[in-house]
Design a protein around this ligand. Structure first.
Ligand SMILES: *Cc1c(COP(=O)(O)O)cnc(C)c1O
Length: 495
């Protein structure tokens, strides 16, 4: 609903039943908002109200003000989707005006809209996946491992230009194994981007190692090379060099690898690339996730391609990937009687899921283009919204725009961000804050943090940042709904 459409729903009590009927017909929302001259809501007016008026033989020229008084059912601006729905259900109504502290209507919840939820990032399956899964059933390769696992590993490795790949049960499992492969031991410091999903750094705790968090830089939202340098210098002074650096490529965009990788090399620390969110992204023409000693991807349900759940570990060194496969299958030694000399895990991907992955990989490039198009649709439709600062895409980067993200410029960003999110949620649009940085999480309380140029860029992004629905399967109508509601939400938040 645009601002103009909303305005068209508002009528004065002096309008006639005839005019009201025409307005109901024109707006097609099943409800009008009858306002007092000072803008407060006097009542709502529905088709049913007009029908009852007709039955009472009130003429066309009767004013709405002459209808029997009827106190409107409303909720305040703090209403959530759940509380609004509860009121709709309780009163068996289909529209619910939202009024501010002064009693003025600022928005309306419509039941019809609420049942058509727009998701942040939902799975988008093509046609080939079914064929691969059917093949797995036909050949009885339902067990873990099998030809689709081998095929998916080969095809993904080729796609990103890395020599070897191991298909695993999740991206988190891939990071866990990568840390073990890089020799992370209990008590070892491990550097990690702070602005990320907890899956990046939970594995540091699995290893009983010590996370050290590195801030973001404003122009990529990813790891700040200057903060990383400070962290290295501090580690050198203390004689406690990290065992590895986990660099995260956020929201479909690579970190500035050409600034980060040489630092890691200078200090002799291997780079682990968490590309869970950036499969399909390019950095200076090369695939995101292909730059570290080890790279990892995720195929969780919300990622750009999915196997419902899954992950991949990639490396050029065949010994690393061979060892990842062994650790992922209970560290079984090559003996018929199941010999074991070290602790292992059950982290392999199943053949059925790998079949889905093979089908998804074939549409990856298409999905990248679709997500980029979603971003472009939002950006071009909201050019006039000066408070929006889109996540930048620097020269030489190709983001997948896995999620379309922006920060709000100006003061009180966090309060405005919350207002916008709440307003979108009331219209059943799933938007999210930008990740809460790990150095601000209770789980990692006390972990060292190195800020960008003495500041805290990631905290600012969290406070002001919003991720919009970005799925490659969003319809044009859904994108229009997001744009219209976001525009209204931004106006509300600016008021
Ligand atoms: C999704 C994600 C992970 C974890 O992947 P799973 O497959 O869900 O275990 C790790 N890091 C980042 C940045 C992610 O977005």
């Amino acid at each position: 609903m645009t601002a103009d459409e909303f305005k068209a729903l508002c009528v004065p009590a002096s309008c006639t039943l005839r005019q009201a009927l025409a307005a109901l017909n024109d707006t097609g929302r099943g409800v009008l908002l009858v306002l007092h001259p000072d803008g407060r809501l006097r009542r709502t007016l529905t088709d049913g109200d007009l029908r009852r008026a007709a039955l009472q033989s009130l003429g066309d020229s009767t004013q709405v003000a002459q209808l029997p008084e009827q106190a409107p059912i409303t909720v305040g601006t703090d209403a959530t989707l759940a509380s609004g729905l509860a009121v709709l259900d309780q009163h068996q109504i289909d529209h619910l005006p939202i009024v501010d502290a002064q009693g003025r209507v600022v928005d309306v919840m419509f039941r019809r809209e609420l049942s058509q939820r727009i998701w942040l990032s939902s799975p988008h399956l093509g046609e080939e996946e079914t064929a691969f899964v059917e093949d797995a059933f036909k050949t009885n390769w339902i067990a873990p491992l099998g030809p689709h696992v081998d095929g998916f590993e080969r095809e993904l490795a080729a796609h990103v230009g890395v020599k070897h790949a191991a298909a695993l049960s999740s991206g988190t499992a891939a990071i866990h194994l990568a840390l073990l492969l890089l020799g992370v031991k209990p008590g070892d410091p491990v550097f990690c981007s702070s602005l990320t999903f907890v899956g990046s750094c939970n594995p540091i705790l699995y290893c009983a190692a010590q996370p050290v968090f590195i801030d973001s830089e404003p122009h990529t939202w990813n790891m700040s090379p200057s903060a990383l340098l400070h962290a290295f210098e501090a580690a050198r002074r203390e004689g406690r060099m990290p065992r590895c650096v986990i660099v995260v490529n956020l929201y479909g965009q690579s970190a500035d690898i050409d600034a980060i990788a040489p630092l890691c090399e200078r200090y002799g620390v291997p780079l682990l690339e968490d590309a869970a969110e950036s499969l399909g992204a390019l950095y200076k023409g090369r695939a995101s996730g292909s730059f570290g000693r080890i790279g990892i991807y995720s195929f969780n349900g919300n990622k750009i391609i999915t196997t419902s759940g899954g992950g991949m570990l990639v490396a050029d060194d065949p010994a690393l990937v061979e060892r990842a496969r062994k650790l992922a299958t209970q560290a079984r030694e090559p003996a018929a009687h199941y010999e074991h000399v070290e602790v292992g895990f059950n982290y392999r991907m199943s053949n059925v899921l790998a079949g889905i992955g093979r089908g998804q990989l074939r549409v990856l490039e298409q999905r990248v283009m679709q997500r980029r198009q979603v971003f472009e649709t939002y950006r071009s439709a909201l050019l006039d919204q000066t408070q929006i600062q889109w996540m930048p895409e620097p020269e030489g980067y190709r983001s997948t725009r896995w999620l379309t993200c922006f920060t709000l410029a100006g003061v009180n960003a966090q309060a405005r961000r919350n207002l916008v999110l709440r307003a979108l949620e009331r219209h059943s649009i799933e938007a999210r804050p930008v990740w809460k940085p790990m150095h601000l999480q209770p789980l990692f309380q006390g972990a060292p943090f190195f800020g960008h140029e003495g500041g805290d860029v990631s905290a600012g992004m969290f406070e002001a940042g919003i991720c919009l629905p970005s799925g490659s399967n969003l319809t044009a109508d859904q994108q229009t709904r997001v744009i219209e509601q976001l525009r209204r939400a931004l106006a509300l938040a600016a008021a």
